[in-house]
Ligand binder design. Structure first.
Ligand code: ATP
Ligand code: MG
Length: 398
């Protein structure tokens, strides 16, 4: 940061925000940016002529602000920017001062005007300002693939200038897409599924099934870490930790081995359904993928989803494992997912689960179980935790 570069110019995804809802999307994005920057010295966040300006205060760290802004959904790109007068001489002088002794093999000036009534066209301004910079620096102009792209945006009252653009997280602003409840295991897939829906503007609530005290607390620690990480994007999260060990033991005693996995999954969906409704979520999300494991054949997926009347969204349904793993690495959940733990479903799962569990057979197996009472106990006993970014976890009463 320099004396004059104390704004962040944020560009949102134009196309997605067209139409009558546009002002509302922008308002939500402005609010999300304010929340995400809590604790950073910010003088103002405002919407100005098709972009958002974050005006940093004297105590702000650009490195910290950048980290925060990078994770906010609904942003195409952003840059640390300076404000300057429209006058070319003054504008070029300000740019040159901020370039300092920076070197570039080639450069170009790219101008955008928000107000087309401005007396000069964008190419004219580019030539004028570019000429002055070339004169001072001696750099080669490269219009197609410059090493340094100097952006100038002409607003009615002043100009913004900035060097290059940082990619934003894309997607839609959190809070514009409704609520979902994601069944979050400690595995690789479900965190990616949750991320994908969050990126579409949805607020995702998390439900995790654990087998403590039969198994260790490791899976709970893992999902807490995953939720904390994902909360950087949606700023507030809620996690329900559901005890599933006893339920599994009941299933183990009453159901044929090959059907158990499907019965477990159906119970998970029933419990998640109840919790989701309590939280006013509209649909469930899982990390299921067609054909990835025996329980995820098309037949089994259908039989599993039949346990709930809620829509079951499976954002990863057609992805390959390596594609999902790459995405988990990019969003940062992979190392947490890779921490070894004992998954609750590995514990009670037979070697050869059915790949074609028919609904009638599963329902017959379930008739031997007090399903409603099992679901009720699990829902009532669920432990609820709230997460906030940029703040720490707090425990609350459900
Ligand atoms: P993941 O990597 O997400 O665990 P997976 O490939 O291991 O997925 P399964 O174990 O068959 O697949 O689980 C399928 C889906 O069921 C998961 O993506 C998740 O949405 C849900 N699920 C499985 N186990 C749990 C659990 N213990 N708690 C919450 N949800 C779970
Ligand atoms: Mg799993």
């Amino acid at each position: 940061m320099t004396e004059f570069m104390n704004s962040v110019v944020v560009h949102y995804k134009e196309l997605a925000l067209k139409g009558r809802n546009r002002p509302w999307f922008i308002q939500v994005l402005v609010r999300n940016l304010r929340s995400a920057l809590r604790g950073v010295d910010v003088a103002a966040v405002r919407s100005v002529m098709g972009r958002i300006e974050i005006e940093l205060g004297p105590g702000a760290s650009w490195a910290e602000a950048r980290e925060r802004v990078r994770d906010v959904f609904g942003i195409a790109n952003f840059s640390l920017a300076g404000r300057a007068p429209h006058d070319f001489q003054a504008l070029a002088a300000r740019i040159l001062a901020d370039l300092g002794d920076r070197h570039a093999a080639s450069f170009r000036v790219s101008v955008r005007r928000t107000d087309k009534r401005f007396p000069l066209t964008s190419p004219q301004i580019e030539r004028e300002v570019g000429g002055l910079i070339k004169q001072a620096k001696g750099w080669r102009v490269d219009l197609d693939d410059p090493a340094l792209d100097i952006h100038v945006e002409m607003l009615p009252e002043h100009a913004f200038y900035f060097f290059g653009k940082e990619p934003g997280a894309g997607g839609l602003p959190t809070g514009t897409g409704g609520r979902l409840a994601c069944l979050l295991s400690g595995g690789i897939d479900s965190p990616v599924a949750a991320y994908r829906m969050m990126r579409r503007g949805c607020t995702v609530l998390f439900v995790h099934f654990h087998s403590y005290p039969i198994l260790s607390r490791a899976s709970q620690e893992k999902v807490r870490e995953i939720v904390a990480l994902l909360t950087r994007h949606q700023l507030r999260s809620r996690l329900a930790l559901v005890a599933f060990g006893e339920i599994q033991q009941q299933v183990l005693l009453a159901s044929p081995p090959e059907l158990r996995v499907v019965v477990y999954r159906r119970l998970m969906l029933r419990i998640a359904d109840r919790i989701a409704r309590k939280w006013h979520a509209r649909a469930l999300v899982t990390g299921e993928v067609v054909g990835q494991v025996a329980s995820q054949t098309l037949e089994n997926l259908t039989t599993i989803a039949a346990a709930t009347t809620m829509e079951v969204l499976r954002p990863l349904v057609g992805m390959d494992k390596d594609e999902i793993t790459n995405e988990a690495e990019r969003i940062g959940t992979l190392p947490i997912s890779n921490i070894p733990d004992q998954d609750c479903c590995q514990l009670f799962t037979p070697r050869h689960p059915s790949t074609r569990a028919r609904r009638e057979d599963v329902e017959r197996a379930e008739a031997a179980l007090p399903i409603d009472a099992m679901v009720e106990t699990a829902v009532t006993g669920a432990l609820i935790e709230d997460f906030r970014f940029p703040m720490k976890t707090e425990k609350v009463d459900s």
